[in-house]
Design a protein around this ligand. Sequence first.
Ligand code: FES
Length: 100
Amino acid sequence: MALVKFGAADSLPRGAMRELRHGEEEIVVCNVDGTIHALENRCPHSRGPLAQGALHGKMIVCPWHAWEFDATTGECDFNPAVCLRRFNVHLEAGQVFIEV
Ligand code: FES
């Protein structure tokens, strides 16, 4: 396990998403109502890049075929068994670190 620095928490405004890469890992980092969440960036449907989609409230919308995932749980809206892997997020002195 490694703590990967994402950057300043205030560099990611509410409702924004950004991709973070660390080795083989592609992570989507998003700000839902002031709380930072980190999940796998590749959609389980056909590996669409979720960080290039939209964030509607707490729902991440895949840019390719519009599947939606709850950023707080990783669950797909129509089938909770289809779930994005989540990463623990740490805040230290205003900086965001992702546990990879
Ligand atoms: S690749 Fe995400 S919905 Fe198809």
